[in-house]
Design a protein around this ligand. Structure first.
Ligand SMILES: [Zn+2]
Ligand SMILES: [Zn+2]
Length: 277
């Protein structure tokens, strides 16, 4: 028995801070009854930028081979897809435009990683609140590039200066970014790994999730697993949070096209199958 849902965000050892081969992630997905998983390892970048936490461009073939091996091992059991977590920052667009054509990706995440040294150097001017505003502006800029299917962990900046995180106070600014994002038709992620970060709530938190719902922004759930055991982690809680925010469906991507499944159907499948996420 499988539930018609994909875990859409996970990594491989090529990013140098994840463990376990793709087969091991697929095994956990099979045990938990997931229909599919999408690998979204950290993209290669130029000029040695944050090279310690991502594959080199010369490893792109190896990445495809690793995911393809898991795909064939689990054929008929778990649909294993190739995706990519691409970093967005102003100026990277031409590189990504080319990179995204170099492999048959099913899904491209657009990520602003505000904790990366080069990002802090460029955009932190001494005021955490200003830094947060720049970050949300960059999320909207990323959406408007048209390079991505989904904006990942879209309030990750809250963990950079957690004592200075007051989303109520910058809600107008967040909403302006969401207005721009909604116009592009892109999806946004509910990332369950946030529960294990400094501010222990998913990315985004409930306040922003409600604002996303009000703008009809589709949501994709991802565990952002860097170890196989976390595949599918806290998906049941994510479904509950989506329902509380007013969502009735979840999205995932195949061949870069968005598909949806209703939360009611997912819950019914969970109950009838006896599976628990
Ligand atoms: Zn990320
Ligand atoms: Zn990730």
């Amino acid at each position: 028995m499988k539930i018609p849902l994909y875990d859409t965000h996970m990594h491989t050892p090529l990013c140098r801070h994840a463990t376990g081969m793709p087969e091991e992630y697929a095994r956990v997905a099979a045990e938990k009854g997931f229909a599919g998983i999408t690998f979204t390892c950290h993209c290669p970048l130029i000029d040695g930028r944050s090279r310690d936490v991502r594959m080199d461009i010369s490893e792109l073939d190896r990445y495809q081979q690793m995911v393809a091996a898991a795909r064939s091992s689990y054929e008929g059991r778990v649909d294993v897809l190739l995706g990519l977590e691409s970093d967005y920052y102003p100026g990277v667009e031409p590189w990504l435009e080319d990179l995204h054509t170099r492999a048959p990706f099913h899904y491209i995440l657009g990520s602003v990683h505000p904790h990366i040294e080069e990002y802090i150097q460029a955009y932190f001017k001494g005021d955490p609140r200003e830094f947060q505003l720049v970050y949300f502006g960059h999320l909207a800029d990323a959406a408007e590039t048209g390079l991505f299917d989904c904006i990942s962990h879209p309030d990750l900046v809250k963990n950079c200066y957690p004592q200075c995180w007051n989303p109520d106070q910058i809600l107008d600014h967040i909403c302006r970014a969401l207005d721009r994002i909604a116009k592009t038709g892109i999806a946004m992620e509910l990332n369950t790994s946030g529960l294990n970060k400094v501010i222990p709530e998913m990315n985004p938190g409930p306040l922003m999730l409600r604002q996303m719902r009000q703008r009809d922004i589709p949501v994709v759930i991802g565990s952002d697993s860097h170890v196989p055991e976390r595949v599918g982690a806290d998906f049941r809680l994510a479904l509950d949070q989506l329902r509380q925010a007013g969502y009735s469906e979840v999205s995932y991507f195949i061949e870069r096209k968005r598909r949806t499944v209703t939360i009611a159907e997912l819950i019914a499948e969970l109950v009838s199958s006896g599976l628990d996420l």
